[in-house]
Design a protein around this ligand. Sequence first.
Ligand code: BES
Ligand code: MN
Ligand code: ZN
Length: 498
Amino acid sequence: MKISFAKADLPGEGALVVGVFEGRVLTSCAERIDQLTDGQLQRALASGRFTGKRDQTLLLPAPSGLAVQRLLLVGFGKQEKLDSLAAEALGGTILAQLQNAGDQQITVLLDDHEDAPCGGGAGLAASMALGASLRAYRFDKYRTKEKDEDKPSVRKMVFALDRHAKAKSRFSLLEKVVAGVTLTRDLASEPANVIYPESLAAYAKALDEDGIQVEVLGEKQMRKLGMGALLGVGQGSERESRLVVMRWSGAKDAAAAPVAFVGKGVTFDSGGISIKPAAGMEDMKWDMGGAAVVIGLMKALAQRKAKVNAVGVIGLVENMPSGTAQRPGDVVTSMSGQTIEVINTDAEGRLVLADALWYTQERFKPKAMVDLATLTGAIIISLGDHYAGLFANDDLLAEQLTKAGKAVGEQLWRLPLDDPYDKQIKSDIADMKNVGGREGGSITAAMFLKRFVKDSKWAHLDIAGVTWAKKDGPVTPKGATGFGVRLLDRLVADAYED
Ligand code: BES
Ligand code: MN
Ligand code: ZN
């Protein structure tokens, strides 16, 4: 779908959208339409249930006096509450309402005076456009038989307002982030016969077109580095493991310490010898969600030429049961030198991250290091799908992340990272074991990771509950959400750019 911004002229075809504030208060452009249609809006509103509450919609077919096929009234809610997140949701709602109605074009007519919501019409238009483009995402490359009448009809969405040039320039930055989110969603949606460590590394490698330096380490190099924890997870698979390093150098000082992002990239998590039950196992194709976020984020940063040095490191393995697979009870030696008793081969993400985190801080001495992982089922029990779990060894970093999450609607909830939990991962024969029992399962997983962080400022995001949506959300169609890309892009913009 193409998004554009144009003068506040009335369209000659398609669907026209105007806003109504709560209490049936017409926006100025809705008033204009009411006059042109000889009062049809006011009559339609008169006794109906549509009052202009946010995200309510009312569709009026072919109003006389207008050339369009459909007029959609959208509830803007209370004017003072219409912030950028609300505007994004409205953009998503409008698109979802109209994308299958048959029209090829949607025109959203917006007021544009100084005290319009979101700092004038331009801010409102840009945020609505962002929401609409995020909601328009589809992963349909494997559908070969979809009928035309089932496909979205909308090709073009036009935001019509006085300061359209300003809106366009604002959106041009947001659009880069959408490109990152889209890449992340695509990668997480791909099945595991298509995305495996080598092929995912190739997708990451393609970022060199955006000016990102990409290195791919194979098993031989990782063995030399002593990454026994990561390699142990991959040893049961026919597919070779990979570690990918992506570097974006956008800071004035090319030698300045970078901010680092580390992703869990288990391209399929069968559980290994501690095999998972069959029901729902297909979900484990997106157990590389953390790695997908790191790739999408690096793309977004490069596309918008962020003034920052950033590195992305992703550990890529497939966790499979086989004659060569690691066994419960095996002891592996990590790159840090610490030994790990593998009690449960399904607690594999932390093993991958143990080596990826150690490698990242040893090589890059980052200013801060944030990892993302679909790490534990327990975080879904604690937080459901509304918040991701946040663990941090630094209060300022935790605050910056929480604030960035609030700003973009990707919310984080901080959980404790405290010594008493560390006892749960003591092993009888090695430095630690990889599971700590059912109690506080997400926390003991984070405590495990903490043992592989020396003195870096570090945060861990457990995104198991937010990476895949079972239902449509305002700006996330069901499926891969891309949660984390916008959040970390915002973190970089607010806290790490020159
Ligand atoms: N990838 C899973 C966690 C997960 C579960 C992600 C559901 C997304 C949805 C992880 O590798 C795992 O299997 N964790 C185990 C740990 C346990 C064995 C200590 C879990 O959460 O059950
Ligand atoms: Mn697992
Ligand atoms: Zn996993």
